[in-house]
Design a protein around this ligand. Structure first.
Ligand code: AMP
Length: 575
């Protein structure tokens, strides 16, 4: 018989978090002390001369700020199976592979049982606060989660993405049951190696349990949009499966077929109902509540690189609220959303002071140049200021610069509530121009409003610096869902160009040191092919973020884009 899972006491979770955040400064000191004590014997801390000291002053004096590259030689040895205490006291035998879609390079990050325990705290905390505003009881979650390829080296080291390490942990399903939102889909569906088959069956399971679905979620919002865009294409096939009780022949994986055959029985009544609902929708507006009448909210990371998908998500969700979930990375967790009623565009994340030791690098303008100042502690940050996040966590990262820039919007008790602003990387630059991912996002958002007038949307986008002719120019690739006229595309292109407001770019454009921006429209499905390419390399659909700038060295993706161009035009701004 299945073991009965004890439901979490969510009020206690809230009480505990309130207690911790009221004493954030001490909790941070204790957290740092514990991390340094447990890892005092590590080669890394020993080599820095910390000698078992755990006070803040010694820590800051001995341990430098680092980026991944600084730790790479240590991590490579661990991945090669060296179980001596290198970065941590206890050996680490599981690593999360960060796909590198956001930062260009694949990274291996230590994963441990403690990491899972922290994930549990983050999930519980945000669920507890969310549940006060949007209670869920005895429902099911339609969770568009996917596992990626996982492998074991000959030395017994496991390599998988962070979400795969999380979802495959035996404690994960236990947690979902204790939160009373078990997944609709059986594990055999979630853990299939073919994400298209998983997606099809997630949708089918959702429809079979449509009355019970109280939550529609994914890790990043992109996966939810992707799921319902796919639904638009395949819904009739799903309806046939339900009507006949026979799974489509497109599902070839034996374990998925076995798992689904246990759920699927001929149900013409349900099939007719779904057919009627889908046929009655105008342009799929409000699809989610039509299919899942008891869905209380749609949940996923919706900030930062996910913002471009919000419009479409809102379209599918109709009146169902959109809630952004947590803030974290393969490196470690950072914060939870405690104010679920706030729209994702304005959402903040409260930092959990007990999960890592956090520092914040302030920026200042000196003589018109941005300079970095000394990092400050969690409770010393100032409202309205921007900082780069630095973390020290139990997984063996010490004073690690995450590369994310956040803005402090307020405090929850004494822990900061931050807004994600951008990654601190320069993306588009030819000479003195400096444009980040956020600048590109703004430019695309502004220009796509011109397309929206024609009822056409930008499905996805990326960019590239073309230096094949001098002077070089920016190329923006768009996948759009309709036929835009040359005139409208030309306007969009000039608008993209004009919206890059950085003075280096504007000056270079005026001086013709950068040529006119080029817009290239790619064939429908190109960005899906790019996703499939990354998944083939071991990335997880759950963590996928479209690369927003393609390096010339990324020849495969560049080739995919170039081969699929159907139209191009040049900006006439600055003529
Ligand atoms: P990955 O390790 O591939 O999962 O990517 C982690 C990165 O995703 C973070 O460093 C952030 O740049 C971004 N990210 C994660 N959570 C959020 C969030 N809630 N809002 C905005 N960006 C996020």
């Amino acid at each position: 018989m299945k073991e009965k899972v004890e439901v979490y006491d969510l009020e206690k979770v809230v009480e505990e978090f309130e207690r911790l955040t009221k004493d954030a400064e001490n909790v941070q000191k204790e957290t740092l002390k514990k991390i340094l004590e447990e890892n005092a014997s590590s080669e890394y801390l020993q080599s820095l001369g910390l000698n078992g000291r755990t006070d803040l002053e010694s820590f800051k004096g001995c341990v430098p700020l680092v980026i991944y590259k600084d730790l790479e030689t240590y991590i490579d040895r661990m991945v090669d199976g060296d179980v001596s205490p290198i970065l941590t006291g206890k050996p680490i035998t599981t690593f999360s592979i960060s796909s590198g879609t956001s930062q260009g390079k694949r990274k291996y990050l230590p994963w441990s049982d403690e990491f899972f325990a922290i994930s549990l705290q983050v999930y519980k905390t945000s669920f507890a606060y969310r549940n006060r505003e949007f209670p869920i009881q005895n429902g099911k979650g339609l969770n568009f989660i996917y596992s990626s390829k996982s492998s074991q080296t000959e030395n017994g080291v496991t390599l998988a993405t962070a979400t795969t390490n999380l979802f495959t942990n035996p404690g994960y399903n236990h947690m979902m049951e204790a939160l009373q939102i078990p997944n609709c889909s059986p594990d055999d569906v979630t853990f299939s190696p073919d994400f298209q088959q998983t997606l099809y069956c997630h949708l089918l399971c959702g429809l079979l349990f449509r009355e019970e679905v109280q939550l529609v979620s994914s890790t990043f919002a992109h996966s939810i949009v992707n799921a319902f865009r796919t639904f638009e294409q395949i819904w009739e096939e799903l309806v046939t499966d339900i009507k006949e009780g026979v799974l489509s022949s497109r599902i070839t994986h034996p374990s998925i077929r076995t798992a689904m055959s246990k759920l699927l029985k001929p149900n013409p009544e349900l099939a007719n109902l779904i057919h009627k609902k889908c046929s009655g929708l105008s342009n799929w507006y409000g699809l989610i509540p039509e299919l899942f009448p008891n869905a209380k909210y749609v949940l996923g990371i919706m900030t930062g690189a996910m913002e471009p998908y919000m419009k479409k998500l809102r379209h599918y969700a109709g009146e169902v609220p959109l809630l952004t979930s947590d803030y974290g990375a393969s490196e470690g967790w950072i914060g939870s959303n405690l104010n679920p009623k706030v729209a994702p565009e304005f959402a903040t994340y409260a930092i959990l002071p007990q999960i890592a030791y956090f520092e914040f690098i302030p920026f200042a303008q000196i003589d018109g140049t941005e300079v970095e100042l000394e990092p400050v502690g969690l409770t010393d940050v100032k409202i309205g200021e921007e900082y780069e996040l630095v973390m020290t966590n139990p997984a063996g990262l010490y004073r690690y610069r995450l590369g994310d820039v956040v803005k402090v919007m307020g405090f929850h008790n004494s822990t900061p509530e931050i807004r994600f602003l951008r990654r601190n990387n320069l993306m588009l630059t030819i000479n003195i121009d400096k444009n980040s991912e956020a600048d590109l996002q703004l430019s695309v958002e502004t220009a796509s409003e011109l397309l929206a007038k024609e009822k056409i949307e930008v499905i996805d986008y990326t960019s590239y610096i073309d230096l094949s002719k001098q002077p070089g120019h920016y190329v923006i690739f768009w996948e759009i869902n309709g036929e835009a006229s040359d005139e409208v595309l030309g306007e969009c292109c000039s608008c993209l160009d004009k919206t890059f407001a950085d003075i280096g770019y504007v000056g270079s454009r005026r001086a013709k040191a950068i040529e006119a921006l080029e817009l290239r429209v790619v064939r429908r499905g190109t960005f899906m092919k790019i996703l499939e390419h990354y998944v083939g390399l071991g990335a997880s659909v759950s963590q996928f973020k479209t690369p927003r700038c393609v390096a010339p060295t990324n020849t495969t993706v560049l080739q995919m884009l170039l081969e699929n161009v159907v139209k191009n035009c040049f900006s006439s701004a600055y003529n």
